[in-house]
Design a protein around this ligand. Sequence first.
Ligand SMILES: Cc1ncc(COP(=O)(O)O)c(C=O)c1O
Length: 363
Amino acid sequence: MNVPFFDLKRQYNQLKGEALPLIEKVLENTAFSGGPFVQEFEENLAKYNQTKFAAAVNNGTNAIHLGLMALNIGPGDEVIIPANTFIASAWGVSYVGATPVFVDVDPHTWNIDVAAAEKAITPNTKAIMGVHLYGQPCNIAGLVELCERENIPFLEDNAQAIGATYNGKVVGQFGSMSFTSFYPGKNLGSFGEAGAVFTNNQEYHNHIQMLKNHGCNVRYHHEIIGYNMRMEGIQGAVLNLKLNYIDGWNNKRREIVNRYQSVASNKLVFQAAEPNAVAVHHLCVVTTENKDEFLKYLDENGVGYAFHYPIPCHLQKAYAPLNYKLGDFPHSEYLASHCISLPLFPEMTDEEISRVCEVIAKY
Ligand SMILES: Cc1ncc(COP(=O)(O)O)c(C=O)c1O
């Protein structure tokens, strides 16, 4: 039996009976861009995330971009981020003309190393952005304490961790702002592109709402130079529906990863959790010393896999002008060359989960 790494079609098939009439409703109301379905989603999303505000935007990359603009971060400023993340964590920093300052990750949690972040602080540091990578909360307590001491904002890239908790509270409410993505493959995925910015700060929220809407609150009254980064009505309606399911899906992801972990060969290393953190496992990444041998074994046994992420941010060609080099961040580099993501999605069948368990147990 073959087990796919991921199959997005299954969730669509489960939901289409409910989703298609909602989409039709959006179309019948010609609520194509922004509008009532998006507003309703913003309210429900803010409640879910336990923040005062949620600004719905057209993707997670732009969520970060607009958030940094609202924080008035720009040329000459630096933002500290982990080297082991999806590159979009860094794009927003570059878009506003600031410099991403990469730091290494903790060798066990694979999330930003707080001591490394502290060492990277300069007089130009304007924020530290933690990423809850693969759905595993980073060391929020350490970062909050450091940012308070330095009097700079702590930001959360929550694109992979919607619904994960830290000290019993969902992540994405600890930072001055947090950013999420509803890219279709995410735990809470849209039927297209979408994202959001969370904050408890009314001023930041208003600024982002204006920026995403051509710089106006009142039509054709453009108070600032803005963008067109509104969420589409269809995405608001679909995400509103999916919000009802997210906790169940996240529980299923945890159950699957627990099963993998309880049987896996000791040649496979899993991501460690911070104390008091409960992950939502956007991905189930493992490392192993002999990656090629393990991949061949997975191929022979029909188990799908992927790599997240094969090149750390500091070694991406796009950031060559920043002059980082191989050896700068050994833990991130080790992960990039040894990571393998195992099949993980809530719609996996029991047979598929058992098959992956059997294969990884025998390795
Ligand atoms: C950690 C992280 N940050 C930011 C993003 C950007 O989100 P989007 O793809 O919606 O632009 C993603 C997802 O792609 C992500 O995984």
